[in-house]
Write a protein that binds this ligand. Sequence first.
Ligand SMILES: [Zn+2]
Length: 371
Amino acid sequence: MTKVAAVVTRFEQFAPKFIAEKGDPVGLQLGSLETDVKKMMVTLDVRPEIVAEAINNDVNFIFAHHPAMFHPVKQFDLAVPQNRMYAELIKHQITVYGAHTNLDNANGGMNDWLAAALNLQQIKPLLPSKELPLQQLAVYVPQAAAATVRQALAAAGAGTIGDYQGCSFSAAGTGRFVPGEKTHPTIGQPLEPTATAEEKLEVIIKPQQAAAVIKALRAAHPYEEPVYYLTPIHGLNAKYGMGRVGTLTKKLTVKELAAVCKQVFGLTGVRVVAQDLQQPLKRVAVLGGSGGQFYPAAVKAGADVYLTGDLSYHTAHDILASGMAAIDFGHHVESICKPQLAKLFTTWKQENNWQFPIIQSQIATDPFQFL
Ligand SMILES: [Zn+2]
């Protein structure tokens, strides 16, 4: 059986918790990381109807984008529907995990999915917020085991640079050591000074990969005491950020782009903020969720239009005055995460030989309707 912890560890290599916004309650929401996963369901929201869907489908692990507990519980009064929902989850031993702004900010995550759905080109983060130095892992390996260790490191994701995988550098040398009395050396004998042909192997990793890569290294390395070290590489950073800005393949008017949004995201309506519906648009900023407060970043990035959700009256006035257009496509467009997360987890399932089924919630959780 595979534990929730193993599934979550793989996910957090893709979207580590430290790229989440401050104060965002990402991670385990309810239940236990030690639960054996029987069936997993990905969902945008955790609502009473979603919990019922999970129970009906024998799901015992819910992976959600929005945290289940936006508001802390002070009284566990079962007259409150939200509390009854928590009680149902506990009663049915369902574990819930939430990947919120770490999924928004991840490269290849929520905002990239939205930008790709709109076919935006030359995409960049709208709010580049986090930069973390990449690390260099150096390890000394006896020559006979060098290929095995190199392959194990690559399989654990080390040495991925852009679209290149399994990047490494090695140099031949001599390793020297004196094994202690109680050792079981792979090469040499206890208390005998030994010299042997070794390779120094160097790979680049992202900080969130360190634990998994070192585990793979220790498993593949033949020595009792493998020697390795990690060094941050200044000037070579992994960049993360919220929102995306890019360009349309051809100019569209505000009215045309609104129609594209409705079609792409399956919406019955969008709210439009524009001085002129015929205004031509080329540069588009997009930020899934409630992005009103970030509109100045879209203006600064030279966007002709800003696509986000939950725009408020006064923010819309400010946007209108700025001259930039905006389309409020709602918050529920983030349900694009369901097929995309299912795709990612299915890939990782194959790579790790996980046996449990993965399903997508079939329920739309948009609280709004247009009449
Ligand atoms: Zn959201």
